[in-house]
Design a protein around this ligand. Sequence first.
Ligand code: NDP
Length: 605
Amino acid sequence: MTDALTEDDRAAMHARYRAEREKRLRDDGNEQYVEVTGVFERYAEDPYTERVEREPVTNEVTFAFVGGGFAGLCTAAALVKAGVEDVRVIEKGGDFGGTWYWNRYPGAQCDTAAMIYMPLLEDTGHVPSEKYTHAPEILSHCQGIGRHFGLYDNAVFSTEVTQIVWNEEASRWIIRTDRGDEMRAKYVAVGTGPLHGPKLPGIPGIESFAGHTFHTTRWDYDYTGGNPAGAPMTELADKRVGIIGTGATAVQCVPHLARSCGELYVFQRTPSSIDVRNNRDIDPDWFATLEPGWQAAWRDNFTTLQTGGFADEDLVMDGWTDISQRIRDRVLANGDDFSPAAMLKAFHDSDDEKMEEIRARVEQLIEDPGTADALKPWYRQLCKRPCFHDEYLQSYNAPGAHLIDTDGQGVEAITECGVVVNGTEYEVDCIIYASGFEVGTEQTRRSGFDVEGREGTTLFTEYWSEGMRTLHGLHSYGFPNFFVVGLSQAANLISNVPHNLVEAGETIAAVVGHAEGIGADQVEVTLDAEQAWVDHLVAGMRMFGGGAACTPGYYNNEGKPDEGQVLNRLGYPEGPLAYFAHIQQWRESGNFEGLEFRDDAGAVL
Ligand code: NDP
């Protein structure tokens, strides 16, 4: 298709990209969103598990992990495998699952193939039912990991950490919570997820709506009827429902709403790019033929291809790796010219081609030309989270489903009765916020606690006041026996988040296993090693997500990629695959370069 594009066509396309971006830039950036505290606190309450009063927990474990999602599960599993039996996971929700505990909206499904996304398949023996599994199966897999590794025995649920404090004399961490707990642990890790706290759009009048409202991450099935497995939401049959936001979440739940609601109004600021899904069942007989170690090989294959590398075969073959295939074909067609300029041109041409296909698909599937026009995305594919769905676009052909496009400006106001766009009020009975999660805001606002290290220095507020400072994204100076588990200052691989977490878990287990093996009391990164790592990241400046030329969104700090805590968005300059190779080599070498292991008298071991 690109071959049919002239240079003029391309210039016009890129001019449109710039114009659509300009239209959406706003001075307030992240400040446009409303935190779910105070009068908005109920948007973050747990609708799935009743809070039961219990006695405070005060005992000690070897390892405590804050967060019961894949970060906590992967780390705890690796620790158990390394022989650390008493691992305690502390979790705000009522069970394991993290994002899959909270996100139970109808249609919730993983956009990354289950074969690489669902960790520990070889350990648990779980056979994914589909190429892209639905949320209930992923939640159940999380619980299965908890059972398989005996993590329920020590776990503490429905509990929010309020403070973590280092006691230097005892070489122990004290963890305080909203339940009055004062738990102790020799080691602590925090992995609360990059998309943890729901946020609301800062729309004038948002507090005045008199109807029913909730955020997609706390779906109110009591109000809608139906269930996470996709049963019809019968209670909506006579309701007028508005949903605000058209990101990856809305793309999955809108088809279900369109089928169930009396009238559905979808309020759109920026359309998502919707590529084909092509889901299919996984054949258990075929799955049984996979050789041990297959999952790590599949993960590496996907990461290689998704980040622009070359591999003999594409094991996953999906929308994430498709663009890389196109780039490779172009480069090879150009006579193996691997110069940066040739690679960039191949990337841009492939992206132009892909986005033209995505826009053509909209035209092909949508009956009303005005609606089709409004649903076309005008930006490069990886500027925003790519979406994949085979029913979302067609939802707008249903007579009761209305796309209300705001031409990049967002909803104008919310009144007692409904939602206002371009001066028109749309009266609704219910507003559903598919408005995403806090990403670029301060860490304490997102986590709800701080960590007090040696000499009382707080990690998030003080030590990281100018942004993260770590070795490998895991260790910070002044915080002995403490680990951070996430994507930043590490691989920063967003297309398959659990890959980052599996590697982090194995690395932590190796460090703790070594510390315990040599009888160390404390393990801490040296200031020099931390500084060298940060310097390396800054020199490379490989940012998370889209850059300045992209339409605003959480991928590029709402259009301000160079502002705020830039250090928090940096990844290993050589790319995710290189990071994974580096960290594997580092932990397997047994030297743990950059860390200092000390005995109880403070002597370096
Ligand atoms: P997003 O942050 O991606 O989307 C929020 C939406 O709200 C955007 O469409 C945004 O528009 C819109 N919005 C914000 N303010 C306003 C306003 N004032 N008026 C109108 N619209 C507004 O959140 P999601 O929950 O959709 O997704 C978050 C992330 O969660 C995804 O990017 C993905 O990483 C993950 N996810 C993964 C899934 C999977 O694997 N299957 C499924 C769902 C989510 P604009 O774009 O203009 O800012």
